[in-house]
Design a protein around this ligand. Sequence first.
Ligand SMILES: NC(=O)c1ccc[n+]([C@@H]2O[C@H](COP(=O)([O-])OP(=O)(O)OC[C@H]3O[C@@H](n4cnc5c(N)ncnc54)[C@H](O)[C@@H]3O)[C@@H](O)[C@H]2O)c1
Length: 281
Amino acid sequence: MNRKAHKNKLVKSIFDLTNKVAVITGGTGVLGNSAALSLAEVGVKLVLLTTNKKNGVELEKTILKKGGEISLLEANVLSKISMEEVRDAVLEKFGRLDILLNIAGGNMPGATIGPDQTIFDLELDDFDKVTQLNLNGTVIPSLVFGKVMANQGSGAIINYSSMAVPRVLTRVAGYSASKAAMENFTKWMAVEMATKFSDKIRVNALAPGFFIGNQNRSLLLNEDGTYTERGADIIRNTPMGRFGEPDELNGALHFLCSDASKFMTGAVIPIDGGFNIFSGV
Ligand SMILES: NC(=O)c1ccc[n+]([C@@H]2O[C@H](COP(=O)([O-])OP(=O)(O)OC[C@H]3O[C@@H](n4cnc5c(N)ncnc54)[C@H](O)[C@@H]3O)[C@@H](O)[C@H]2O)c1
Protein backbone atom coordinates (compact mmCIF):
# COMPACT_ATOMS: atom_id res chain seq x y z
CA MET A 1 0.00 0.00 0.00
CA ASN A 2 1.46 3.40 -0.95
CA ARG A 3 1.66 6.23 1.61
CA LYS A 4 -1.37 8.09 0.26
CA ALA A 5 -3.60 5.00 0.22
CA HIS A 6 -2.42 4.12 3.71
CA LYS A 7 -3.22 7.63 4.97
CA ASN A 8 -6.71 7.52 3.37
CA LYS A 9 -7.38 4.19 5.06
CA LEU A 10 -6.46 5.68 8.45
CA VAL A 11 -8.65 8.74 7.91
CA LYS A 12 -11.60 6.54 6.93
CA SER A 13 -11.26 4.18 9.85
CA ILE A 14 -11.84 6.70 12.65
CA PHE A 15 -15.15 7.77 11.08
CA ASP A 16 -16.19 4.23 10.20
CA LEU A 17 -19.85 3.50 11.04
CA THR A 18 -20.36 0.35 8.98
CA ASN A 19 -22.99 -2.00 10.48
CA LYS A 20 -23.66 0.24 13.49
CA VAL A 21 -27.29 0.13 14.63
CA ALA A 22 -29.03 3.49 15.09
CA VAL A 23 -32.44 4.55 16.41
CA ILE A 24 -33.56 7.94 15.09
CA THR A 25 -36.50 9.80 16.65
CA GLY A 26 -38.16 12.46 14.47
CA GLY A 27 -36.68 10.47 11.62
CA THR A 28 -39.17 11.60 8.99
CA GLY A 29 -38.84 15.34 9.66
CA VAL A 30 -36.57 17.57 7.58
CA LEU A 31 -33.35 17.17 9.58
CA GLY A 32 -34.16 13.54 10.52
CA ASN A 33 -34.62 12.62 6.87
CA SER A 34 -31.25 14.06 5.94
CA ALA A 35 -29.48 12.38 8.90
CA ALA A 36 -31.07 9.01 8.04
CA LEU A 37 -30.02 9.14 4.38
CA SER A 38 -26.51 10.18 5.23
CA LEU A 39 -25.99 7.47 7.87
CA ALA A 40 -27.55 4.79 5.64
CA GLU A 41 -25.05 5.71 2.92
CA VAL A 42 -22.13 4.76 5.18
CA GLY A 43 -23.66 1.43 6.18
CA VAL A 44 -25.56 2.27 9.38
CA LYS A 45 -28.58 0.02 10.01
CA LEU A 46 -31.49 2.31 10.80
CA VAL A 47 -34.53 2.06 13.01
CA LEU A 48 -36.48 5.16 12.06
CA LEU A 49 -39.23 6.34 14.40
CA THR A 50 -42.13 8.43 13.18
CA THR A 51 -45.56 9.46 14.42
CA ASN A 52 -47.01 8.55 11.02
CA LYS A 53 -45.51 5.80 8.86
CA LYS A 54 -46.90 7.39 5.68
CA ASN A 55 -44.36 10.23 6.10
CA GLY A 56 -41.47 7.79 5.89
CA VAL A 57 -42.48 5.58 2.99
CA GLU A 58 -40.51 7.53 0.33
CA LEU A 59 -37.41 7.69 2.53
CA GLU A 60 -37.67 3.97 3.24
CA LYS A 61 -37.89 3.21 -0.50
CA THR A 62 -34.88 5.43 -1.27
CA ILE A 63 -32.73 3.80 1.40
CA LEU A 64 -33.71 0.26 0.38
CA LYS A 65 -33.04 1.08 -3.29
CA LYS A 66 -29.51 2.18 -2.36
CA GLY A 67 -28.96 -1.13 -0.58
CA GLY A 68 -29.34 0.29 2.93
CA GLU A 69 -31.11 -1.31 5.89
CA ILE A 70 -34.08 0.41 7.52
CA SER A 71 -37.03 -0.44 9.77
CA LEU A 72 -39.74 2.21 9.90
CA LEU A 73 -41.73 2.14 13.14
CA GLU A 74 -44.57 4.28 14.51
CA ALA A 75 -43.71 5.42 18.03
CA ASN A 76 -44.24 8.25 20.48
CA VAL A 77 -41.19 9.70 22.24
CA LEU A 78 -43.41 10.86 25.10
CA SER A 79 -44.45 7.32 25.99
CA LYS A 80 -42.01 5.11 27.88
CA ILE A 81 -44.06 2.05 26.90
CA SER A 82 -43.80 2.98 23.23
CA MET A 83 -40.00 3.42 23.52
CA GLU A 84 -39.72 0.09 25.34
CA GLU A 85 -41.61 -1.62 22.51
CA VAL A 86 -39.08 -0.17 20.06
CA ARG A 87 -36.20 -1.25 22.31
CA ASP A 88 -37.53 -4.84 22.37
CA ALA A 89 -37.88 -4.84 18.57
CA VAL A 90 -34.33 -3.49 18.13
CA LEU A 91 -32.81 -6.02 20.49
CA GLU A 92 -34.74 -8.88 18.90
CA LYS A 93 -33.57 -7.89 15.40
CA PHE A 94 -30.00 -6.71 16.05
CA GLY A 95 -29.13 -7.72 19.62
CA ARG A 96 -27.52 -4.31 20.22
CA LEU A 97 -27.82 -0.54 19.77
CA ASP A 98 -24.90 1.75 18.96
CA ILE A 99 -26.42 5.15 18.22
CA LEU A 100 -29.46 7.12 19.40
CA LEU A 101 -30.36 10.36 17.63
CA ASN A 102 -32.92 12.41 19.54
CA ILE A 103 -34.22 14.60 16.72
CA ALA A 104 -37.96 14.71 17.56
CA GLY A 105 -38.76 18.18 18.83
CA GLY A 106 -40.11 21.55 17.84
CA ASN A 107 -42.19 24.54 18.73
CA MET A 108 -45.88 25.20 19.42
CA PRO A 109 -47.85 28.36 18.65
CA GLY A 110 -49.19 29.04 22.19
CA ALA A 111 -45.68 28.79 23.66
CA THR A 112 -44.60 31.57 21.29
CA ILE A 113 -45.12 35.26 21.98
CA GLY A 114 -46.94 36.86 19.02
CA PRO A 115 -45.74 40.16 17.53
CA ASP A 116 -48.40 42.12 19.49
CA GLN A 117 -48.06 40.12 22.73
CA THR A 118 -45.77 40.11 25.76
CA ILE A 119 -44.45 37.36 28.03
CA PHE A 120 -47.62 37.76 30.12
CA ASP A 121 -49.67 36.29 27.26
CA LEU A 122 -47.75 33.00 27.39
CA GLU A 123 -50.17 30.02 27.46
CA LEU A 124 -48.97 27.79 30.29
CA ASP A 125 -50.61 24.67 28.85
CA ASP A 126 -48.68 25.13 25.60
CA PHE A 127 -45.51 25.96 27.54
CA ASP A 128 -45.97 22.58 29.25
CA LYS A 129 -46.56 20.76 25.95
CA VAL A 130 -43.47 22.22 24.30
CA THR A 131 -41.43 21.33 27.39
CA GLN A 132 -42.78 17.80 27.27
CA LEU A 133 -41.77 17.43 23.62
CA ASN A 134 -38.29 19.00 23.74
CA LEU A 135 -37.21 17.88 27.22
CA ASN A 136 -39.13 14.70 28.08
CA GLY A 137 -39.10 13.71 24.39
CA THR A 138 -35.31 13.42 24.69
CA VAL A 139 -35.14 12.22 28.30
CA ILE A 140 -37.51 9.24 27.80
CA PRO A 141 -35.73 7.70 24.76
CA SER A 142 -32.36 8.42 26.44
CA LEU A 143 -33.39 6.45 29.53
CA VAL A 144 -34.79 3.50 27.59
CA PHE A 145 -32.04 3.20 24.96
CA GLY A 146 -29.29 4.52 27.23
CA LYS A 147 -29.90 1.51 29.48
CA VAL A 148 -29.21 -0.80 26.55
CA MET A 149 -25.93 1.07 26.03
CA ALA A 150 -25.15 0.87 29.76
CA ASN A 151 -25.65 -2.91 29.65
CA GLN A 152 -23.44 -3.37 26.59
CA GLY A 153 -20.83 -0.83 27.74
CA SER A 154 -20.83 1.34 24.61
CA GLY A 155 -22.93 3.76 22.60
CA ALA A 156 -23.35 7.31 21.36
CA ILE A 157 -26.35 9.54 22.00
CA ILE A 158 -26.72 12.73 19.96
CA ASN A 159 -29.38 15.28 20.88
CA TYR A 160 -30.63 18.12 18.66
CA SER A 161 -30.52 21.43 20.50
CA SER A 162 -30.85 24.94 19.07
CA MET A 163 -29.32 28.42 18.80
CA ALA A 164 -32.26 29.45 21.01
CA VAL A 165 -30.15 28.19 23.95
CA PRO A 166 -26.96 30.31 23.84
CA ARG A 167 -28.66 33.37 22.24
CA VAL A 168 -32.01 34.84 23.23
CA LEU A 169 -34.33 34.64 20.23
CA THR A 170 -37.38 36.85 20.67
CA ARG A 171 -40.85 35.26 20.69
CA VAL A 172 -39.91 31.57 21.17
CA ALA A 173 -40.04 31.55 24.97
CA GLY A 174 -41.20 27.96 25.59
CA TYR A 175 -39.04 26.42 22.89
CA SER A 176 -35.92 28.19 24.21
CA ALA A 177 -36.46 27.19 27.84
CA SER A 178 -37.15 23.56 26.93
CA LYS A 179 -34.12 23.22 24.61
CA ALA A 180 -31.95 24.82 27.34
CA ALA A 181 -33.17 22.19 29.80
CA MET A 182 -32.47 19.50 27.21
CA GLU A 183 -28.89 20.76 26.74
CA ASN A 184 -28.37 20.64 30.49
CA PHE A 185 -29.69 17.06 30.52
CA THR A 186 -27.22 16.21 27.71
CA LYS A 187 -24.33 17.30 29.93
CA TRP A 188 -25.78 15.66 33.03
CA MET A 189 -26.27 12.31 31.31
CA ALA A 190 -22.78 12.54 29.75
CA VAL A 191 -21.28 12.70 33.25
CA GLU A 192 -23.53 9.94 34.59
CA MET A 193 -22.71 7.50 31.79
CA ALA A 194 -18.95 8.12 31.85
CA THR A 195 -18.58 8.00 35.64
CA LYS A 196 -20.96 5.13 36.43
CA PHE A 197 -20.96 2.94 33.33
CA SER A 198 -18.30 3.30 30.65
CA ASP A 199 -16.03 5.85 28.99
CA LYS A 200 -17.29 4.33 25.75
CA ILE A 201 -20.80 5.77 26.25
CA ARG A 202 -20.94 9.35 25.07
CA VAL A 203 -23.73 11.92 25.10
CA ASN A 204 -23.35 15.03 22.95
CA ALA A 205 -25.52 17.50 21.07
CA LEU A 206 -25.66 19.44 17.83
CA ALA A 207 -26.97 22.99 17.97
CA PRO A 208 -28.29 23.82 14.51
CA GLY A 209 -28.65 27.44 13.45
CA PHE A 210 -31.43 28.09 10.96
CA PHE A 211 -32.47 25.50 8.41
CA ILE A 212 -35.72 25.81 6.48
CA GLY A 213 -38.03 23.14 7.89
CA ASN A 214 -41.76 22.46 8.04
CA GLN A 215 -42.12 24.26 11.35
CA ASN A 216 -40.28 27.50 10.56
CA ARG A 217 -40.79 27.90 6.79
CA SER A 218 -43.65 30.45 7.03
CA LEU A 219 -41.83 32.30 9.82
CA LEU A 220 -38.69 32.77 7.72
CA LEU A 221 -39.85 32.83 4.08
CA ASN A 222 -42.69 34.55 2.24
CA GLU A 223 -44.65 32.54 -0.33
CA ASP A 224 -42.55 34.05 -3.15
CA GLY A 225 -39.34 32.78 -1.47
CA THR A 226 -38.18 36.21 -0.20
CA TYR A 227 -37.26 36.59 3.47
CA THR A 228 -39.87 37.62 6.02
CA GLU A 229 -38.77 40.39 8.40
CA ARG A 230 -37.64 37.71 10.90
CA GLY A 231 -35.88 35.73 8.17
CA ALA A 232 -34.01 38.86 7.06
CA ASP A 233 -33.04 39.64 10.70
CA ILE A 234 -31.56 36.14 11.03
CA ILE A 235 -29.63 36.38 7.77
CA ARG A 236 -28.23 39.79 8.86
CA ASN A 237 -26.96 38.13 12.05
CA THR A 238 -25.44 35.13 10.27
CA PRO A 239 -21.91 35.90 9.02
CA MET A 240 -22.30 33.36 6.18
CA GLY A 241 -25.40 35.29 5.06
CA ARG A 242 -27.68 32.32 4.37
CA PHE A 243 -29.75 29.55 5.95
CA GLY A 244 -28.15 26.12 6.35
CA GLU A 245 -28.88 23.09 4.17
CA PRO A 246 -29.96 20.01 6.19
CA ASP A 247 -27.03 17.93 4.91
CA GLU A 248 -24.59 20.50 6.35
CA LEU A 249 -25.30 19.04 9.80
CA ASN A 250 -24.23 15.55 8.83
CA GLY A 251 -20.44 15.94 8.93
CA ALA A 252 -20.59 16.81 12.62
CA LEU A 253 -23.18 14.09 13.12
CA HIS A 254 -20.88 11.38 11.68
CA PHE A 255 -18.07 12.78 13.83
CA LEU A 256 -20.15 12.50 17.04
CA CYS A 257 -21.43 9.02 16.14
CA SER A 258 -17.96 7.64 15.40
CA ASP A 259 -14.67 6.95 17.14
CA ALA A 260 -13.37 10.21 15.65
CA SER A 261 -14.90 11.87 18.74
CA LYS A 262 -14.24 9.09 21.26
CA PHE A 263 -12.84 11.44 23.95
CA MET A 264 -15.76 13.88 23.59
CA THR A 265 -18.80 13.85 25.81
CA GLY A 266 -21.21 16.52 27.05
CA ALA A 267 -20.28 18.79 24.15
CA VAL A 268 -22.67 20.94 22.15
CA ILE A 269 -21.49 21.74 18.61
CA PRO A 270 -22.96 24.85 16.95
CA ILE A 271 -23.61 24.48 13.20
CA ASP A 272 -24.93 27.88 12.41
CA GLY A 273 -22.93 29.76 9.76
CA GLY A 274 -21.36 31.76 12.61
CA PHE A 275 -24.65 33.04 14.15
CA ASN A 276 -23.59 32.18 17.71
CA ILE A 277 -20.29 34.09 17.69
CA PHE A 278 -21.46 37.19 15.80
CA SER A 279 -22.20 40.46 17.58
CA GLY A 280 -24.19 41.72 14.61
CA VAL A 281 -21.78 44.65 14.10
N1 LIG B 1 -34.97 23.34 11.33
C1 LIG B 1 -34.23 24.14 12.08
O1 LIG B 1 -33.82 25.24 11.68
C2 LIG B 1 -33.83 23.71 13.47
C3 LIG B 1 -32.94 24.54 14.17
C4 LIG B 1 -32.53 24.17 15.43
C5 LIG B 1 -33.00 23.00 16.00
N2 LIG B 1 -33.87 22.22 15.31
C6 LIG B 1 -34.32 21.00 15.98
O2 LIG B 1 -34.02 19.89 15.16
C7 LIG B 1 -35.04 18.91 15.29
C8 LIG B 1 -35.64 18.57 13.92
O3 LIG B 1 -36.14 19.76 13.33
P1 LIG B 1 -36.87 19.74 11.90
O4 LIG B 1 -36.75 21.12 11.34
O5 LIG B 1 -36.41 18.58 11.12
O6 LIG B 1 -38.38 19.56 12.37
P2 LIG B 1 -39.55 18.64 11.75
O7 LIG B 1 -40.84 19.19 12.25
O8 LIG B 1 -39.38 18.51 10.28
O9 LIG B 1 -39.26 17.24 12.45
C9 LIG B 1 -39.61 16.98 13.77
C10 LIG B 1 -40.07 15.55 13.85
O10 LIG B 1 -40.40 15.23 15.21
C11 LIG B 1 -41.52 14.37 15.19
N3 LIG B 1 -42.26 14.35 16.44
C12 LIG B 1 -42.97 15.36 17.00
N4 LIG B 1 -43.57 14.92 18.13
C13 LIG B 1 -43.24 13.61 18.29
C14 LIG B 1 -43.54 12.60 19.24
N5 LIG B 1 -44.31 12.85 20.31
N6 LIG B 1 -43.02 11.35 19.07
C15 LIG B 1 -42.23 11.09 18.02
N7 LIG B 1 -41.90 11.99 17.08
C16 LIG B 1 -42.40 13.24 17.21
C17 LIG B 1 -42.37 14.94 14.06
O11 LIG B 1 -43.30 13.97 13.58
C18 LIG B 1 -41.32 15.29 13.02
O12 LIG B 1 -41.07 14.19 12.16
C19 LIG B 1 -36.06 19.46 16.27
O13 LIG B 1 -35.76 18.98 17.57
C20 LIG B 1 -35.84 20.96 16.19
O14 LIG B 1 -36.22 21.62 17.37
C21 LIG B 1 -34.29 22.54 14.06
